[in-house]
Design a protein around this ligand. Sequence first.
Ligand code: ATP
Ligand code: MG
Length: 658
Amino acid sequence: MVDRNGWGRDHPVLTGSPRSPPSSFVEQANVSEPGIYEEFETEWPDCWERAAELLSWDEEYDTVLEDGNAPFYEWFASGRLNASYNCLDRHLEAGRKNHAAIRWEGKQGERRTYTYRDLYVEVNEFAAALRDLGVEEDDVVTIYLPMIPELPIAMLACARIGAPHSVVFAGLSADALVARMDAADSEYLLTCDGYYRRGDAFNQKSKVDNAQLKLEQDVQTVVVDRLGEDLPHVLGDEEYDYHDLREEFSGETVEPVSRDAEDMLFLMYTSGTTGEPKGVVHSTGGYLAHVAWTSYAVLDVKPEDTYWCAADIGWITGHSYIVYGPLALGTTTMMYEGTPDYPDRDRLWEIVDRNAVDVFYTAPTAIRAFMKWGEEFPAEHDLSSLRLLGSVGEPISPRPWNWYYEHIGNEECPVVDTWWQTETGAVTISTLPAIDDMKPGAAGPGLPGIDVRVVDGAGESVDPGDTGYLTITRPWPGIARTLYDGDDRFRAEYWERFSDPAADEWHYFSGDAARIDEDGYVTVLGRVDDVINVSGRRLSTMEIESAITDVAGVAEAAVVGRSSETNGTDVYAYVSTEGGYDDETAVREAIVDNIEAAIGPIARPEAVVFTPELPKTRSGKIMRRLLEDVANGEELGDTSALRNPEIVGEIQAEIDDE
Ligand code: ATP
Ligand code: MG
């Protein structure tokens, strides 16, 4: 049967068997009352006060939600607060000054621990320095740093003085930095001399120097000396040394500026997986309330925990779940500068073991790599401190999900597969770990208060099991306030497709394709553009990928469409295997068999191309659009967001050889 949108519906749901939350977990969970879903429904939007109550407000808000100017929503209107006060001062006032706030592990094995008091002192000193450089409230400060403690310190210092930060991922190019500084008219930059990459010194400052040449505005630059003698550098005009500034402002404190709940806390760009990155604007009150609430309810974070989100602060995940969420709750947040396989492939497990990490949150790309490397690496360490595991960034198919659950969680930790976006600010779809069963391969239902709908092209909800567009009806506190490109683009990207402004009906469109089951669990099938039409049937590339990664020995897969005269589109698959599976013919046969069994002969791939790696964005997502260009022999689209550009050429060569 085919619904009116042309999406196929008779292929099976590729989710694994459900698992119940372990009772040891349920007993201690922050949120364990199943009634919470109904409470949020009946009390909406006031239910979100639960999130606001996790914060300290300078002035109480008048209304929870102002929706008169939709889709430009206001949350906790007229409330006032300061994010750095919420992440620092109030924990000192509560007598927790000696509690560890940040535990940092450097690439070269260095370790630093900042207590809440240490963090408070350094944030204040840098805030004083920024003020002295001329930074005023609402000036955008750009931060271009790798995963060193000065990065969250600078973010909090900006928040303290009401200057929105714009963090640019350190691995992005000089041009990307220029584009972001230009867009925000930013005149202040914090960067470093360089950082270590697999033991080698890498020069960051030279990228900044290149960027400076292209910037029209005068920029005051602060440089953190990360490498010392390993990379001597000279400061030019309007360049300042971070440590000198700290010394100059040693011991100074700065009153946290009381910000309106709707004032911008920061600006953050999307990953650029589907095209040009979008600059997203986040608010102070709604955003902070939402990240604190989801850290509490979904990640089950407690003040006494050692919590580790192994992401980069250069992306939204790190903003929300390394910095703002955990620090607002007063927990210990881990920060790791290095890669998971240096010096060896057990690096993360060694860190979990040594720090007795309670909650661990990472991305499917990392989980698939762990699986590829083998279970012996986690097995070398004691991971029994872990209580909860999380995944974010891409769909996670059942085999890696189960691997994570078994080999990292020892079948004792719930796994939360959290779906959200730079634009949603914080988690919007996930199970609540003590309440809901987990279904490997499905993220879960919308969180309490989040009304997720999977709809057809006409905006009607599809039947359970059908595929459609992932939308959210009703706003939520962490929702982006606008795009930096302007309100028109914000409206066009997210609100035009399914809303009816004349009727004042608003539906947020995520850009993702999904399916929803009878229990309201959402399986994200990738981007809408990643759904291909084979002989009139709409097939989800993600679903075919899931059938491929289900095959023993397959670590990762990406499926794209190739134009074909006979079928409209052919299925084209790229696969990378785990160590030890070198017989490509056998793996190829098993893949084809499994696709036919799981989805049907219609999805039989025209080609299965083996490659040691798939092209990924710098935030670790598979970039299918380039693979599609390769399959179709077309010129490559924008590759600036790619982390491993060389692999595309290798794949092209491989195909030409065949
Ligand atoms: P761009 O918008 O520039 O193309 P991007 O969408 O990759 O980049 P992000 O905001 O970092 O930028 O990523 C959000 C997207 O990541 C979601 O739209 C979704 O496709 C994917 N995603 C995130 N978490 C999950 C998850 N748990 N399951 C499935 N997909 C996920
Ligand atoms: Mg996106």
